[in-house]
Design a binder for this molecule. Structure first.
Ligand code: SIN
Ligand code: MN
Length: 266
């Protein structure tokens, strides 16, 4: 899957791109079932909200076969390789839950702010490519973006370790207001199987989920190999140290796995 000139232009101008219908229902079903199984497990990689509900499961591509196949999926790797013009490694891999009623907010931030400050990543040549496993609705805590804010470089930020269970370099209200006055705020929504990619410097956040509708999104953070992190401070299951280029699997590898999984469950 390659991006068209129109998509490349939109990404460059706006800082994000939504690609609907990237994954089929069977592929999403196996990922969703495995995400729930991981959330129920007692692993250090599963972070919880203050309520105990799952918030983020890290590094599932290293211990779960369905997510291993997703982490090397050509439909995700190819567009990012195209954008960076080189091979990629996995800097971070998260399955973010936004549990029904309990999912807490993510404050306004730029991801590269954290990758630079906490991990020593030289340039914003890494980005998030997210896969919707649930329908992302306007009401269940979708990601909110400030379009074009990726053109602002890395903004000053404060380290917030108290608002949620997840420490984050967050932006102050004045900065967010200034940028939102210029670019507005959008919240891309879509069906399970949709993919949203966004620039490492795009300002984003999301509200709490007080609805009965969960919102699981998987985030691959794909980094250009030459831009590997230099000064990691976080555990290696949060900021990976394996800089081996990802070799994509076959396009139907996840689908074949999903079919075997479905048959075994029947
Ligand atoms: C993030 O910004 O890293 C996660 C936001 C979300 O899942 O809502
Ligand atoms: Mn983020």
């Amino acid at each position: 899957m390659t991006l068209t000139p129109t998509q490349l232009k939109a990404f460059d101008e706006q800082g994000y791109l939504f690609l609907p219908d990237c994954f089929a229902a069977d592929e999403v079903a196996v990922l969703r079932a495995e995400a729930e199984r991981i959330y129920q497990s007692d692993r250090q990689e599963v972070w919880r909200e203050k309520s105990g509900a799952p918030r983020t499961a890290f590094a599932a591509h290293t211990y779960n076969q369905a997510f291993r196949l997703l982490g090397a999926h050509p439909r995700l790797i190819a567009p990012v390789e195209q954008l960076f013009g080189e091979q990629l490694y996995m800097h971070q891999f998260k399955i973010n839950a936004k549990a029904p009623f309990d999912g807490e907010l993510w404050q306004w931030h730029q991801d590269y702010g954290t990758w630079a400050r906490d991990d020593g990543m030289p340039e914003p040549r890494a980005m998030n490519i997210s896969v919707f496993l649930d329908e992302v609705l306007p009401i269940n805590g979708p990601l909110m973006f400030i379009p074009r804010s990726h053109k602002q470089g890395t903004l000053a930020a404060g380290h917030d370790t108290t608002t949620t269970s997840y420490p984050l370099w967050t932006l102050d209200h004045e900065t967010v207001k200034r940028l939102a006055d210029e670019g507005g705020i959008v919240a891309p929504t879509g069906k399970p199987g949709g993919v949203l990619l966004f620039h490492g410097n795009l300002v984003h956040g999301s509200t709490a989920n007080i609805t009965p509708y969960g919102r699981i999104i998987v985030y691959l953070t794909l980094c250009a190999v030459s831009n590997h992190i230099r000064k990691p401070t976080r555990p290696d299951w949060i900021a990976h140290r394996d800089f081996t280029p990802i070799v994509p699997v076959a396009d139907d590898a996840l689908l074949q796995y999903a079919r075997r999984y479905k048959t075994a469950a029947e």
